[in-house]
Design a protein around this ligand. Structure first.
Ligand SMILES: NC(=O)c1ccc[n+]([C@@H]2O[C@H](COP(=O)([O-])OP(=O)(O)OC[C@H]3O[C@@H](n4cnc5c(N)ncnc54)[C@H](OP(=O)(O)O)[C@@H]3O)[C@@H](O)[C@H]2O)c1
Length: 287
């Protein structure tokens, strides 16, 4: 089996690369942004048609959510236009397309876990770009795969966990919002899930799925657990979303209901604290 991975230097891309070492039965081909800029449609077509791949996992994305409000064109180009073209090319060349999407396609305030069928209501440039990509990918072919995830972190790349540790080291007071609720997701768990799905004998792996770690918390709780596990004395203070004043809007409640993937793919999903501790153990080796 041949699998192409875009965005290989991102969090999920690097976790997939780690996992690839354990799966010699899969011929993984990893592409960083400089190897393959997904906005270059000619290059995409050339790579896809020469590779004869079975799957492409598109982890490449513009993930600077606040910057997207200032640079909407570049965000749309990477997050919407490029995946739209990739999906069409994959359809033509018979490659299964796996797109990673986001809990930001929702803007829910009710505390109800969100199933795949929950009505979308993206707010902000990043959220709208991810939602439009989903629509175009599913319109191209219902056999494509979209995995929505939330609050992704890893020992690789840039993320909330690493930012919190750096801020604590600086000794400054740390303000973290306590009125946005969701589920942190360890990118290593998501990478494993994707590989398990690709290898699964269940042949109806298609359509939209939700995957995040089990349980939920606020960003404040998430930060508190990082400091608690690492035994770091940090000056952590709760703040409201309104007072924090980020440029882009965020969903107030975005816990994903992952029943569909659990039932169809027979997978068990670790609790967010268990996975966070694993990631922190990995990070400790690099402190
Ligand atoms: N991070 C989260 O909290 C979160 C939550 C829900 C869903 N997601 C989704 O999950 C997926 C993976 O996220 P992640 O956290 O692994 O992202 P990430 O760490 O930001 O990695 C994305 C990678 O894509 C690369 N990239 C950007 N523009 C590109 C282009 N035109 N062509 C090729 N590569 C390009 C980036 O390179 P540069 O850094 O050099 O630009 C980066 O290496 C994304 O689809 C994201 O939208 C993320």
């Amino acid at each position: 089996m041949k699998v192409l991975v875009t965005g290989a230097q991102g969090q999920l891309g690097q976790e997939l690369k780690q996992l690839a070492n354990l799966h010699p039965e899969i011929n993984f081909n990893f592409y960083t942004k400089s190897d393959w800029d997904i906005t270059d449609s000619k290059k995409s077509h050339s790579i896809l048609s020469n590779s004869k791949a079975d799957f492409i996992i598109n982890t490449a994305a513009y993930t600077k959510v606040d910057q997207a409000e200032i640079n909407p064109e570049i965000c749309n180009k990477i997050n919407f236009e490029a995946p739209k073209v990739l999906a069409a090319q994959c359809n033509e060349l018979n490659v299964k397309f796996i797109q990673i999407s986001s809990d930001y396609v929702f803007s829910n305030t009710k505390h109800i876990p969100l199933a795949e069928t929950f009505p979308k209501n993206p707010k902000g440039i990043y959220a709208i770009s991810k939602s439009m990509a989903e629509d175009s990918i599913m319109n191209t072919s219902p056999h494509n795969i979209i995995i929505r995830t939330s609050w992704l972190y890893s020992s690789f790349g840039h993320n909330f966990v690493k930012t919190m540790i750096l801020l604590a080291k600086s000794g400054k007071e740390i303000h973290v919002v306590n009125d946005q609720i969701g589920s942190p997701t360890y990118a290593a768990d998501l990478a494993r899930l994707i590989v398990d799905c690709i290898l699964s004998p269940v042949n109806k792996f298609e359509g939209i799925y939700h995957y995040s770690n089990e349980g939920m918390c606020s960003w404040f709780d998430f930060a508190a657990e990082i400091f608690n596990y690492l035994k770091i004395e940090a000056s952590l203070k709760p703040i409201s979303t309104q007072d924090f004043g980020a440029l882009a809007p965020r969903p107030a409640f975005s816990q994903l209901d992952c029943s569909k993937i659990k039932n169809e793919m027979h997978c068990e999903i670790p609790n967010w604290k268990t996975s966070l501790h694993k990631c922190l153990d990995n990070l400790k080796k690099t402190f």
